[in-house]
Design a protein around this ligand. Structure first.
Ligand code: F6R
Length: 241
């Protein structure tokens, strides 16, 4: 595990964007595993700028997102599908048909999870970008999830619902309580993993992930066993290391 500590969110975003841009420059038809949330926003903004300036092209890139809320359609402004279009896909030259995200309104969640798991298996990712939850979750794999899990539907923890309430007008009761997430075993199957974390609220989770026991109690701790995993964290998120 390689840990890079940068000063602040702006530096973190620049370092993450350079990392992803280098992967795409090296392998223009790479599959990228992507995340949503606050952590990658700055990185995505920079990738949009690189693309607009012609420094990078996503024309042959495929993407696989980690997760989606259950019950939100792709055109719902709170869905992760919408987040990805607004913050990345609509501003780069990617073919929308090559962007994949679980369908949170599929008639059968079980069948949707099986479909997405097949897709994840068929599209080896050159890199998987991750954020980390305050409770150490990766994707929506909450503490207690088996470390070899595959795509499944989950009940979100109270911690996660509270952490995500800001995106729902500050109201925890508006946050969907279920999601579909890529499993931990599938996250681990990416060739490289890049985890980004910013702010003091993530410091304990980062410490548990990097220095703690490898345990389902902190899903991100499994990343210690990945052959090519990089953490880019700002000084506040690194404050307990
Ligand atoms: C998002 C995801 C989550 C987030 C995590 C951190 O697709 O899978 O694991 O990465 O909850 O969220 P932020 O970045 O908003 O702090």
């Amino acid at each position: 595990m390689k840990i890079t500590v940068v000063q602040n969110y702006a530096e973190l975003s620049a370092a993450a964007a350079e990392y992803i841009a280098a992967v795409v420059a090296d392998r223009p038809n790479a599959t990228l595993g992507l995340a949503t949330g606050n952590s990658p926003l700055g990185c995505y903004k920079l990738l949009c700028e690189y693309c607009a300036h012609g420094d990078i092209s996503f024309a042959h890139v495929t993407t696989l997102n980690l997760d989606e809320y259950v019950g939100l359609t792709a055109d719902n402004a709170d869905s992760y599908a919408y987040f990805m279009r607004k913050n990345l896909f609509d501003n780069i030259d990617i073919d929308p048909r090559n962007t994949h995200i679980p369908n949170g309104v599929a008639p059968s969640l079980q069948q949707e999870c099986a479909r997405y798991a097949r897709l994840v298996g068929a599209l080896p990712r050159a890199v998987q970008l991750l954020g980390i939850g305050v409770n150490g979750h990766i994707g929506f794999n909450e503490p207690g999830t088996p470390l070899n899990s595959v795509t499944h539907a989950v009940q979100l923890s109270y911690d996660t619902i509270c952490a995500n309430a800001a995106h729902f007008g500050g109201s925890a009761t508006r946050v969907p309580t279920r999601a579909i997430t890529m499993g931990i075993g599938e996250i681990m199957s990416a060739e490289r993993i890049l985890l980004i974390a910013s702010g003091g609220a993530k410091a304990q989770a980062v410490k548990d992930a990097v220095r703690g026991d490898i345990s389902p109690l902190c899903p991100a701790s499994v990343l210690q066993t990945h052959a090519d995993c990089t953490f880019i964290v700002d000084e506040q998120a690194a404050s307990l290391l």
